[in-house]
Write a protein that binds this ligand. Structure first.
Ligand SMILES: Nc1ncnc2c1ncn2[C@@H]1O[C@H](COP(=O)(O)OP(=O)(O)OP(=O)(O)O)[C@@H](O)[C@H]1O
Length: 363
């Protein structure tokens, strides 16, 4: 409350000072205009008295003056408005001119995606050179298959996504998509080839239709509806009084967690990328919602390379390949059955998750 109070007080002080200056400015402007008018009128009257000008010219002058006065005042006010708008525009321009921290190389070409095979070759990375985050990770996510990343919190799963998106460059090794090193391609072509379903999707306070279309601004209304049907959210949207025109509130507050995630899946479906990164929400959803999300994910995954940070047992078990990440390294990889048979860390995580699920169900 104290911080908010201080901020409001600062705002009031700034508004008061702005208003005072504006009033002084207006008063000065009116004063100068009046002085100008009085001087010109005296001069004109003298000329009329000396018969240098006709009385009609004096009337004309007064008529023109009253016509021009309003426009000149408007011009001065416009200047005031323009200067305050320029402050905002300057902020926006600064934002638009922000240089990316990982710029495109001079010889960068557009990424050409054929099958969408992703390969990490001996990749090492550290946010802070004193503490490695990823150490010599080596794996490939095969085209059209689902690869699940599983591991404890802080093991480096999200960092693998961040590197594939090239928000940071790797310190050692390379990441390739269909044989092209992502450092040699343009950032825009890389990002348009990848669709992301984050845990907390960025949802805007606009209509559901526009929120889905954000994935592909050229998508037609039919494309949006088809994507929502595939993401199993169409019926839910139709139950809203305004259907696709319903606004969802700032950050999507009027949607449940499961609905927001399916909306994000629909957004990726209209984008139609070859590679999809999926960060499953950990929040406990009921079994029916989980089944709906799972159905939407299966449709999203068909014929696409999917890398998923898996939290749900159903996703983990269905994945074509599972990578167990531990302290920035891949310690185990294989299918669900292979890893269970190994009896290692995966087995341990699986047992833990199954137990948690049982406890949740018993509640
Ligand atoms: N932007 C960042 N700057 C510095 N360190 C970071 C940054 N992002 C993550 N880290 C650190 O990197 C490590 C790996 O984080 P990461 O988010 O990849 O883990 P995660 O396995 O995805 O965890 P979770 O399952 O909780 O999301 C953590 O120790 C974290 O503190």
């Amino acid at each position: 409350m104290r911080r908010y109070g201080t901020a409001v007080q600062d705002h009031v002080n700034a508004s008061y000072s702005f208003l005072c200056r504006m009033l002084w400015g207006n008063a000065a402007q009116d004063f100068i205009m009046t002085i100008g008018f009085v001087s010109c009128t005296i001069l004109a009257m003298q000329q009329v008295a000396r018969e240098k000008r006709s009385f009609g010219a004096l009337v004309n002058f007064m008529f023109y003056w009253s016509a021009i006065k309003g426009t000149v005042k408007q011009l001065a006010n416009s200047y005031q408005n323009v200067s305050s708008t320029l402050v905002n525009a300057e902020g926006l321009l600064q934002l638009l001119h922000t240089e990316p921290s990982v710029p495109d190389s001079k010889s960068a070409k557009n990424l050409v995606v054929h099958t969408g095979e992703v390969r990490f070759e001996n990749v090492s990375f550290a946010y802070d050179p004193r503490k490695p985050t990823i150490e010599t990770i080596d794996f490939s996510a095969e085209a059209g298959k689902t690869t699940a990343l599983l591991g404890k919190s802080g093991s480096g799963k999200s960092t693998i996504f961040t590197l594939l998106h090239r928000l940071y460059d790797v310190c050692e090794g390379s990441i390739t998509i269909d044989g092209q090193d992502i450092r040699d391609v343009t950032g825009s072509s890389l990002r348009s080839a990848i669709g992301i379903v984050p845990q907390k999707p960025g949802i805007f306070n606009i209509s559901i239709k526009e929120n889905v279309r954000y994935g592909n601004l050229d998508a037609t209304d039919k494309d949006v509806m088809d994507a929502c049907i595939a993401a199993d959210i169409h019926d839910c949207i139709m139950s809203f009084p305004d259907a696709y025109e319903a606004t969802v509130g700032e950050g999507g507050v009027r949607l449940s967690g499961g609905q927001a995630q399916r909306l994000a899946i629909a957004r990726v479906l209209v984008k139609k990328p070859k590679i999809v990164l999926l960060d499953e929400a950990t929040s406990a959803v009921d079994t029916l919602t989980e089944a709906k999300i799972q159905k939407a994910i299966s449709r999203l995954a068909s014929d696409r390379t999917v890398l998923v940070i898996a939290h749900r047992l159903s996703t983990v078990a269905r994945a074509d390949k599972i990578l167990v990440v531990h302290e920035g390294k891949i310690v185990e990889s294989g299918t669900h059955e292979e890893l269970l048979a190994k009896g290692g860390r995966y087995n341990e995580l699986w047992a833990q998750q199954t137990l948690t699920k049982q406890v949740e169900l018993e509640r």
